[in-house]
Design a binder for this molecule. Structure first.
Ligand code: NAD
Length: 312
């Protein structure tokens, strides 16, 4: 692939504008389609604001071009990332349009959170160039992008996407099989299932679950993955722990009745003022700010670690 590409992003929402920002900051030209006029007109301003908040060059926003017409947005594009609504019928129909309107050489990717990519692309005539790219929010602060292959995805096409993401400063991970939740959300929700089960069983409060995670292994997770950790303590100790603990932890195949009751009762979390925990607008804003500052600090720590590694 040449250095500077034409990227198209479908959807200018929370994820779409952040994905466009990443590619524009890496020097690519980015065309963005959305059916909402407001999303398109605010697009450059939102990106410029994010960049200046991060102390980066806001001029990159000028490489992002909003389009009201899908065909015009896709003209001459090398790569398309779909970040529209999480709706299978919408995504299936869109991928058939992408196949017709984008150049035949363009890579086509969906940013779906959980819909199997195979279901989205099964009606295409050229599924070899289609795949998943699962970004994390906010896309310009969280490094990971999972690149998901379907049974039809051409390995070289997935590798081209992987290389493009690496060059744009992301940390891609290849997902060889199209399984629900890919890798990140499977791991994350295995933890959330047990978190809910501990509260449901009266073992501790929701506040305590969060404190235990944040004040213990959560501190290490960003620099010590679970399998690195298993090797550090020894696979023999890991086996012994699993023999004792695994039969005890929640393995029900569906969502917890405790969670279903919360939703049925209207305790929807921050948006309703209470979920597992109570939330004032102030608490919510403070937590969002803390997460953002933490992500920025983590990225700075990564940069520093890379610089130190170069000089030693
Ligand atoms: N929010 C997250 O944390 C997150 C993380 C990873 C993946 N995702 C996935 O990314 C996708 C986008 O999520 P989001 O959070 O950015 O949603 P969002 O609602 O913020 O943005 C979706 C955008 O799609 C536009 N849209 C609606 N119908 C359209 C149409 N017919 N054609 C073109 N555009 C249309 C909307 O106007 C909106 O701007 C979803 O599939 C979501 O599941 C979200």
């Amino acid at each position: 692939m040449e250095d500077k590409l034409h990227i198209a992003v479908i959807g200018a929402g929370l994820m779409g504008h952040g994905i466009a920002q990443v590619f524009a900051a890496a020097g690519h030209t980015v065309a963005v389609f959305d059916r909402s006029y407001e999303a398109l007109t605010s697009l450059r301003q939102r990106i410029a604001q994010n960049l200046s908040d991060l102390g980066q060059d806001a001029d990159a926003a000028n490489r992002v071009f909003p389009f009201e017409d899908l065909g015009e947005c896709l003209a001459g594009t090398d790569v398309v990332i779909e970040a529209g609504p999480e709706d299978l019928a919408f995504k299936q129909k869109l991928f058939l349009q992408l196949e017709l309107l984008a150049p035949s050489t363009a890579l086509l990717a969906s940013n779906t959170s959980v819909i199997p990519i195979s279901k989205i692309v099964e009606g295409m005539r050229t599924p070899a160039r289609a795949m998943g790219t699962h970004w994390w929010n906010p896309p310009y602060l969280v490094p990971l992008v999972e690149v998901i292959k379907t049974p039809w995805t051409d390995a070289a096409a997935a590798q081209r996407m992987f290389d493009l993401l690496t060059a744009a400063g992301k940390t891609p991970a290849m997902v060889e099989k199209d399984v629900a939740g890919f890798i990140g959300n499977r791991l994350q929700h295995a933890l959330w299932r047990e978190a809910v089960a501990l509260v449901e069983a009266g073992i501790c409060s929701p506040e305590t679950v969060d404190t235990v995670v944040k004040a213990s292994f959560g501190r290490r997770l960003a620099v010590l993955g679970p399998l690195e950790n298993a090797d550090m303590v020894g696979t023999d100790l890991t086996l012994a722990i699993h023999r004792t603990v695994l039969p005890e932890i929640d393995s029900r195949p569906g969502p917890s009745p405790y969670l279903e009751d919360l939703v049925r009762g209207g305790w929807l979390g921050m948006k309703s003022g209470e979920g597992f925990r109570k939330w004032s607008v102030r608490d919510e804003e403070a937590l969002r700010k803390r997460v953002r500052e933490h992500l920025v600090a983590m990225n700075q720590a990564d940069e520093q670690a890379k610089a130190t590694a170069k000089t030693t």
